[in-house]
Design a binder for this molecule. Structure first.
Ligand code: AMP
Length: 208
């Protein structure tokens, strides 16, 4: 079963996705993380993408589709996966249905002010674990509880890039929710303004 995680940046897709991945025993696949892995290799493609991503703009639909559909073929995803950050626009939605059909889309709803506050306080580790200095602090300042690696702020968690990413979400991604429902994907909407535990409980009860 493929479950999509949708919602504005800062709505908690990565955090909730990690918890849900453990609960359901299926991997969490994030197109953003897969693209950042490509950038880390130092390839020409990575360099090209990095400028777009740092400014908060989308990479091409072909690339996003290729990267996620290839990843879904790996053995750990054969029984299902949680997909975070795809599809992001109408073209990707069309391409997605050519490669795979999700069963459920979980939409995490928050307002833009909360999103900006959350992203401003977000610190991540190189392996993608997410912390927040306002709501989910690591035990040791600046280090990840899971693997003790040094935390950093993402290059696209600056105010300008955050506002651009939210604008792209509202214009390109939010309209996909109605289209997914129209095409038979079960859409589950969750108010994502509470604590991590409250939101996780809501998600679990809604997808049972
Ligand atoms: P995220 O980690 O989901 O916040 O994504 C970080 C950045 O990666 C986005 O702002 C885009 O530049 C890029 N990105 C992630 N997923 C996609 C996608 N499906 N299509 C195009 N660009 C994407």
């Amino acid at each position: 079963m493929i479950i999509l995680l949708l919602g504005p940046q800062g709505s908690g897709k990565g955090t909730q996705g990690e918890l849900l991945s453990k609960e359901l025993g299926i991997p969490l696949l994030s197109t953003g993380a897969l693209l950042r892995e490509e950038i880390a290799t130092g390839s020409d493609l990575g360099k090209e993408m990095s400028a777009l991503m740092d400014a908060g703009n989308l990479v091409s639909p072909d690339l996003a589709t290729r990267i996620i559909s290839e990843r879904l073929k790996k053995t750990d995803a054969l029984n299902g996966a949680l997909v975070d950050g795809y599809p992001r626009d109408g073209r990707q939605l069309e391409m997605m249905f050519e490669h795979f059909t999700p069963s459920v889309a979980i939409v995490l709803d928050i307002d833009d002010d909360t999103a900006v506050d959350r992203l401003g306080g977000r610190w991540v580790c190189p392996d993608g674990h997410i912390w927040n200095i306002n709501s989910n602090q690591p035990k040791k300042n600046g280090l990840c509880d899971n693997d003790n690696k040094k935390l950093f702020q993402r290059a696209d968690d600056t105010e300008n890039a955050i506002l651009q990413r939210l604008a792209v979400y509202h214009k390109e991604t939010a309209p996909l929710i109605t289209e997914l429902a129209r095409r038979g994907v079960k859409v589950v909407r969750v108010d994502a303004s509470g604590t991590i535990e409250e939101i996780q409980d809501k998600i679990k009860s809604l997808i049972k």
